[in-house]
Ligand binder design. Sequence first.
Ligand SMILES: Cc1ncc(COP(=O)(O)O)c(C=O)c1O
Length: 501
Amino acid sequence: MSTTLPPGILPVVPLDRKSRKPLYKQLYDGYRNAIVERRLRAGQRLPSTRSLADELQISRIPVLNAFEQLQAEGYFECRVGVGTFVASSLPDALSRPARQARQATPASLSAATRPAPRILAKRSVAAPPPAAWPWLEGFEPFHCPSPPLDHFPLKVWSRLVARHARPDGRDLQYHFPMGLTELRETVAEYLRTSRAVRCEADQIMIVSGSQQALDLTTRVLLDDRSPVWVEDPGYFGTHHALRLAGARIVPVPVDDEGLDVDAGIALCPRPRAVFVTPSHQLPLGVTMSASRRLRLLEWADARGVWIIEDDYDGEYRYGNLPIASLQGLDRGSRVIYIGTFTKCLFPSLRLGYVVLPRDLVPSFATTRRAMDMFSPLFFQRVVADFIREGYFEQHLRRTRLVCRERREALVAALDHEFGSSLRVTGDEAGMFLLTLLPPGHRDRDVAMRAAGHGVRTFPLSACYAGRARQQGLVLGYGGYRPAQLEDGVRRLGAVLGGNRS
Ligand SMILES: Cc1ncc(COP(=O)(O)O)c(C=O)c1O
């Protein structure tokens, strides 16, 4: 068995120099207990007797005596020329001492010995546990989000990473919560130009992905039970963040023009905030119409309602010109604009940004300081150079073409496999599309069965904060070559009974 921890990291072995118990016995007991309680595991390397004696500031004799006894009793084993290790074959009873205690059920315990309740915050259990969402696991087609990582310019990226791998002293220090000035300036210029966002660098906070921006926003804007509108169906990440925040979620229907503002007003006329994805609604894929945008902004301004615009994949549009942001139309400084590098670079980067109305900057900065203070500076520098030196723009251009091609391949494969029995919507933008299932199918069942055939699909019903009104599957395509998409569709056909199964 191999372990990775270097031997210089010592286990907690209490030593009492004033005790009548000899030091060697204290050391022996300490190590023996650490092994019995499985704090030290079989194969784990132990320090040399000399360095342990130095570290504990005691003579080497008691350490030698304790080690000798532990070795004689089979707890330690010595490998010549390598060092001393916790024995790789401990008696079974020793390696699983906690089992009995773990197996004790409440019924087998008397009331007096029954463990006290383990109370968690209601908010923390309001979001579904990961086991209930098996479709989020695995990266086979049609996992979402699904950027074309096979086209990511790793050579350029590695060069920029190497450039910043040796930070100067300033970058090793704490930083202020808004993020790296160079990146904020670059992002501000990019957003003004390509997304028509009205902003300056001092309004931009760099965050660890848009999920953190959503969490941060709920902390700054919402009180317990504050009513908020969400799109229904909508992004489950937003729903989860709001449940964690203890907000009162008001599901508002979405139609062909995006969020139905009048339906929202009828359901809840005075929400604290509205969460929307106007450029590319998740999961229906519609774009909010100009008249709905103006209606929402006008009403929000008059009522003092905050609007949170999640522009998570606005860079990717195929049929027509890019859609300007909602924030760009906002005259009342009501919109908090969130963007992310998850789709246009890669998800594990965990970098995104929030554009704040200027008067909210101090509250966001103070709240962020109490969370994780700021995002690591290293990748902020890399991304700033990646954008400033033109690689971002090149990557966007290339991946837009790649995604368009993949989308066409998926639409053609779905048409070939299912014909008109499966309706496809929302394929004008982004990296996913939605297929609506014919009557009689439950999308969660289909998604479960598809997972058994090596296909990941996200059930539309899981996107509803209220009662699910339609059954469908969200299919991500950006990350898969046409042949993979075609194979995935064939497998889906086997589950759903396509033309060729
Ligand atoms: C609506 C929406 N917002 C945001 C994100 C991205 O989140 P993050 O930036 O935290 O990776 C996604 C990813 O799928 C999304 O679908």
